[in-house]
Write a protein that binds this ligand. Sequence first.
Ligand code: AMP
Length: 214
Amino acid sequence: MKLVFLGPPGSGKGTQSQKLCSERGFTAIATGNLLRDEVKAQSDLGKEVADCMERGDLVSDSIVFELVKNKVQECDNYILDGFPRNIDQAKSLDIMLDDIGHKIDKVINFTLPDEVLIRRITGRFTCSSCSAVYNDFYKKTLKPGICDKCGSTEFDRRQDDNEETLKRRLEVFHKTNDLICQYYEKNNLLISLEALKDEGFIFDLLQKVINEEV
Ligand code: AMP
């Protein structure tokens, strides 16, 4: 099955996709993570995109497209998280998938008021070892400084998870997401999901999508 997750930063796409990967054998193809890996590795590509990401702007379609293309070819069941981010990416994705005989099954649009996102984003941190996601305000580790899942004591905070960059990321998101939703609605693929609901409820709904009960 092939899923696309749309939604503003902090809407829980990454958390849910992680759960689906560990419990249902999906592969997450998260363009933000792929780009951050390049920045961390200080590759040529990473150096090219670092400033743009730090500002909260979208990096060029061609760069992201190549990253996604390489990944989808290797996978059968996957979640595209953070891609497509504009209508050109959505159209190019369809053409690329068609070429390799893949087809998107469902597109989930996570919705959440902007006011809620600030705390979700500025409080967010992840385990450096297993990528479990935590939050200073909502979901601390059970023992301070120790990951609940793997026991690691190393954590990361994203450079772009600050109020100023978030403002720009939200502007960019609102400029493009409606059009992407309309595009997928026309193809009868879109399911909108109120992301304020608790994690368990959302996960149950996603399970129904996967089991084709929705
Ligand atoms: P994310 O982790 O999805 O919040 O993405 C972090 C940053 O990576 C974004 O603010 C963009 O700079 C870049 N990025 C991620 N996905 C895309 C995409 N599909 N197209 C362009 N830029 C992207």
